[in-house]
Design a binder for this molecule. Structure first.
Ligand code: 5CA
Length: 439
């Protein structure tokens, strides 16, 4: 992409309404525009990040055996009356009436709809287990939307739903999602800690929240800090094998959110030097709730014994849009965002310090072609902005690499290469710089 043709409305001033770094930086870097309280337009740079996050979530879901579909945002009220949640959900649900006076709602989650789809087609244990997911916009009329995409009203969620014949097999599905979540967040450069959690309006009695530690997080958490050093399962983890040892390893060290914190247990199980009290951002939550929806909604399957029974279900959410903010909370400095490579909107920035200078233009084109061919998705700053402004914008938008090309260096056969994270610059030949970026 050439910056002269792109749409990157960076802000010089820090917007007054933004209270936390990620919100501030997303507005300043031209990623996001607020359209109403808790409702945002994703501008091109933000959209690229959102798509990268979404794709990592998708790849790990697919790897774990889940199957993607797409359900609508609008749902019939009658569907929610079947489970009893239409009245229970209260003011958080956005209720809509169509021209025929039919009651609809903008989905805050999809347990009812997926159960309705499942029961229409699946009737035998032979078709189990199944895990279906989608990545779709949700609406929750939060009382206090705040912190930008962290607590929005409209937000993008990945929600998966598992269906099993019995509890034991349901537990295996839960474990698969647990492991997939460990991998998903690690791939984005995050340390997300699974913690015992409340189940709230989703229900059930087995649940874990995945929490990224950050000072600005909304949840207070208590954990054994050794959990931060546990190994992440590799890409070759066998999802069809026994995952229980991995779950046991991750859940044997104490980790709980404030809502379910058990002080006595915490102090009994965690040596004083290992205790950690912190704040965190919930980036995902997994639930196992058995027949809570399948029973009232009559989603039954015939077992091998010929007896019909309500299917055992779990649901598994990831806050895709919240993750874009959570990654920034975990990775920024005073100058701006520091994107981990896998979610960076562009892999490298090329700064042409003197557009119009034949040597600078030629070197930039060479770099642009080479990095594009290597799949690095470069952003070439070919604008007339002065060098100081170009450096500030590149630091603000946080691309992992900056390739700085100016007339003085080129006269000596060199360019400068900066890795955004540590911030140091190296002087080297154009070929070596390209080599360093493409690895
Ligand atoms: N049906 C279940 C799982 S599929 C469910 O809705 N779970 S949830 O309520 O925990 O939401 C899943 C994830 O969505 C949360 O972990 C969080 O990361 C994200 N999320 C929830 N509410 C918001 C919100 N208001 N703004 C941004 N992200 C949110």
């Amino acid at each position: 992409m050439r910056l002269s043709r792109y749409f990157l409305p960076v802000l010089k001033q820090t917007p007054a309404e933004a209270q936390i770094p990620s919100h501030r930086l997303m507005l300043r870097a031209g990623m996001l525009r607020q359209e109403a309280a808790g409702i945002y337009a994703w501008l091109p740079l933000g959209h690229r990040v959102l798509k990268k996050v979404e794709q990592i979530v998708r790849e790990e879901m697919d790897r774990a055996g889940a199957i993607e579909l797409l359900m609508p945002t609008l749902q019939l009220a009658d569907l929610w009356r079947e489970s009893g949640r239409y009245d229970d959900y209260g003011k958080e649900m956005l209720r809509i009436t169509d021209r025929h006076d039919r009651e609809l709602l903008f989905g805050p989650t999809n347990e009812e709809m997926i159960t309705e789809i499942f029961r229409a087609y699946v009737h035998s244990y032979k078709d189990l287990p199944k895990n279906l997911y989608h990545i779709q916009w949700k609406f929750r009329d939060e009382q206090r939307p705040r912190f930008g995409v962290m607590r929005g009203r409209e937000f993008l969620m990945k929600d998966a739903y598992s269906f099993d014949l019995d509890e034991e097999s349901g537990r295996k599905s839960y474990n698969q999602m647990f492991v997939a979540y460990l991998r998903t967040f690690a791939r984005m450069g995050l340390k997300a800690i699974p913690m015992k959690a409340e189940t709230g309006p989703i229900g059930g009695d087995l649940s874990h929240e995945f929490i990224v530690l950050a000072e600005t997080g909304e949840s207070a958490v208590f954990c054994d800090k050794r959990v931060l050093d546990l190994p992440i399962p590799g890409f070759d983890v066998d999802y069809r094998g026994d995952l229980q040892p991995i779950i046991d390893q991750w859940t044997s060290l104490y980790a709980a959110t404030e809502d379910v914190h058990d002080v006595a247990r915490y102090e009994r199980e965690t040596a004083p030097e290992n205790r950690m009290t912190a704040r965190g951002i919930e980036v995902g939550q997994v639930f196992f709730f058995g027949d809570k929806y399948s029973k009232p909604m009559k989603a039954t399957v015939t077992g091998p014994d010929g007896v019909d029974r309500a299917v055992q279900m779990g649901s598994y959410g990831v806050g895709v849009s919240r993750l874009a903010g959570a990654i920034i909370e975990a990775s920024h400095d005073d100058d701006g965002i520091i994107w981990p490579d896998p979610v960076a909107p562009f892999g490298a920035g090329i700064l042409n310090l003197k557009p119009g200078d034949a040597a600078c233009d030629a070197a930039c084109e060479t770099a642009y072609a080479a990095l594009s061919a290597a799949g690095k998705e470069p952003l070439l700053d070919d604008t007339d902005e002065r060098p100081g402004g170009k450096f500030a914008t590149m630091d603000l938008i946080g691309l992992p690499w900056q390739l700085i090309i100016g007339p003085r260096g080129l006269a000596e056969g060199t360019v400068e290469l900066k890795r955004r994270a540590p911030g140091e610059r190296k002087t080297l030949s154009l070929e070596s710089a390209i080599q360093a970026i493409t690895g």
